[in-house]
Design a binder for this molecule. Structure first.
Ligand code: CA
Length: 223
């Protein structure tokens, strides 16, 4: 899952980023409204955390333009001003929820999870063939076998399961599981795919599910 934070207060942004990364999200941070809107339009995010008071372009303006451009990503507004007017305006323009600063990280996380569940992602337990992943317990299962995953393995598997039968390039995977600053020259994606295979796609299972597409990337599919 990949999240965009548009927030100019460095402390707040890095507090959220750190927390989300510990929860295995890939996070991009942008500090002004214009660049934020650009990121939101050109990249695929699962949620956007948007501050209202931003340099160059206000959060409400950004929100309005994103909606006009047809961006469907759920948006959580942040506001320091606890004014009813801003909140009502934001919700009217199409924000999915709002949070008034200061807030506890747990609260933000809970709201984000609700937004993402409400979005296009449907059923909470992700399934493909005899493979399943429960985001609530963060446990993977292949057939009857329970499998422990590390934070990044979890994020990678979640991304594959949300995009079955779709060829995913290394860059796409890296951006969703790591973030924009990820160095695509490294072979970290291949290394983690191998970790997943050694846990979930071994000879002990009836068929292989994670397939290599030579020179391109990977696809989760049943042969
Ligand atoms: Ca701000």
């Amino acid at each position: 899952m990949r999240i965009l934070i548009i927030e100019d207060e460095k402390k707040v942004a890095s507090f959220i980023k750190r927390g989300l990364e510990q929860e295995s999200y890939a996070v991009d941070v942008v500090e002004d409204g214009i660049e934020g809107q650009h990121y939101a339009e050109v990249n695929e995010y699962d949620a956007i955390i948007l501050d209202i008071m931003l340099p160059k372009k206000s959060g409400l303006e950004v929100l309005k333009d994103l909606k006009a451009a047809g961006v469907k990503t759920p948006v959580l507004l942040l506001t320091a001003r606890d004014t009813v007017e801003d909140r009502v305006k934001g919700l009217n323009i199409g924000a999915d929820d709002y949070l008034t600063k200061p807030f506890a990280f747990e609260e933000l996380l809970a709201r984000l999870r609700v937004l993402m569940r409400r979005g296009s992602h449907g059923s909470p337990v992700l399934k493909f063939a005899d493979l399943s992943l429960d985001p609530a317990t963060r446990r993977a299962k292949r057939g009857d076998v329970d499998v422990e995953l590390t934070v990044k393995e979890y994020a990678l598997l979640e991304y594959l399961l949300r995009n079955p039968n779709r060829v995913l390039t290394r860059t796409l995977i890296a951006e969703h599981v790591w973030d924009q600053t990820f160095d695509s020259e490294t072979n970290v994606v291949d290394v983690y795919i191998n970790h997943l295979r050694s846990k979930l796609d071994t000879k002990d299972f009836p068929k292989r599910l994670i397939h290599t597409v030579r020179g391109v990337g990977y696809v989760l599919k049943e042969e």
